[in-house]
Write a protein that binds this ligand. Structure first.
Ligand code: OTD
Ligand code: ZN
Ligand code: ZN
Length: 348
């Protein structure tokens, strides 16, 4: 891995444009760890039951703020969970509230707690038209769910089967293609006309699918969309290392208790909220593009969401440290991505 000579790095404080905090007794640990890294985060709504109304989003936002320590200015940016039955009226309420920044599309069955998701986007057209009118972005989990489609192809098939037809129908709908993992998605987003952006996770920048099977099955590298071949990782690295691009940081940090991951049917999700910035730095350093990092972590995202760029800066130093073996997670433990391994950048 090529190492640069840069020893400290000062960048505008990053935001996380895709974060799962969960709820209840784990909220204190998940929210406070994220708040040490990020100034703002788009909070995903896949709770049980999902956050489908503005009122539920307001209550969830309050629970997050109450769970945070007093010394933080972390700002949760809330989202609604789109269902077949979300009425256009709910979109107007969301806009008026000022706290809802996106509506999340989970194709039914695509990932954790997505069974209440959308069975067919055709059922949502009036609601999507209202989002287009109100300028509220659609945040898409971009995978088809047809079990006959190979799991490694589900994102690319989604582009042709769902995304392109949808954008023909609603060309002014703002879209975030969440956690892209393929060359096909990176190229589509780079070249498409109109208002589209994409988040990229630290794990999809750092690892390919071999990491799932190093000497045995590695449940803590299992997430959805699943890790892909190396050529896809290279395409993602190329996409994120441009100034002024449509790509921005979204960790998709998705904690599950240790026992739910190390299980005969382990849950999908990598936990990175505690060290995501360091992981992103490592990925950019690997390709010698540290000077582009700030665009990806701190500028492209707020520009897409029409929010101000943060004012404060953070400093990272080149210093070897070991990622903890486990972290608190309510009454249980969560295993962070790369647990027990050392990385060579540290947030001060
Ligand atoms: N896990 N991927 C996603 C969510 C979760 O546990 C989760 O909430 C996703 O795609 O948003 C994943 O691996
Ligand atoms: Zn997703
Ligand atoms: Zn997610």
């Amino acid at each position: 891995m090529p190492q640069s000579n840069i020893q400290t790095l000062s960048i505008i404080q990053p935001d996380d444009w895709h974060l799962h905090l969960r709820d209840g007794d784990v909220l204190q640990s998940t929210a406070s760890q994220a708040a040490k890294q990020f100034r703002r985060a788009i909070i995903m709504p896949n709770l049980r039951p999902p956050v489908t109304t503005t009122e539920a989003a307001q209550q969830y936002r309050k629970r997050i703020l109450d769970a945070l320590p007093g010394n933080t200015n972390f700002e949760p940016l809330m989202t609604l969970y789109l269902t077949d039955n979300t009425p256009p009226e709910e979109i107007r309420k969301a806009k008026e509230s000022g706290i809802v920044h996106g509506v999340k599309l989970y194709p039914a069955g695509a990932t954790t707690n997505s069974d209440a998701g959308v069975t067919s986007l055709d059922r949502c057209i009036p609601t999507l038209e209202e989002m287009q009118k109100q300028g509220i972005p659609l945040l898409m989990h971009g995978e088809v769910t047809d079990p006959s489609i190979d799991i490694f192809d589900r994102e690319a098939v989604f582009i042709d089967k769902v995304l392109i037809p949808l954008r023909k129908k609603l060309p002014d709908l703002k879209i975030v293609f969440e956690h892209i993992t393929t060359k096909a998605a990176a190229e589509y987003v780079t070249e498409a006309d109109g208002y589209i952006g994409a988040t990229v996770t630290p794990h999809h920048l750092l690892f390919n699918r071999n990491s799932l099977f190093v000497g045995g099955i590695r449940p803590h590298y299992y997430c959805l969309p699943i890790l892909k071949r190396e050529e896809n990782r290279q395409a993602l690295l190329k996409a994120v290392t441009h100034k002024n691009s449509r790509f921005f940081a979204g960790t998709d940090s998705a904690p599950h208790a240790k026992g739910a991951k190390e299980n005969a049917c382990g849950c999908a999700g990598c936990y990175t909220a505690s060290h995501a910035i360091e992981l992103y730095v490592q990925a950019f350093e690997e390709v010698g593009e540290l000077e582009k990092l700030e665009w990806f972590t701190s500028i492209n995202g707020p520009k897409f969401y029409n929010l101000p760029v943060n004012r404060n800066k953070i400093t990272l130093v080149k210093e070897e440290w070991k990622i903890p073996d486990e972290l608190p997670f309510g009454h249980e433990k969560v295993i962070p991505l790369m647990a027990g391994e050392s990385i060579h950048w540290k947030l001060k």
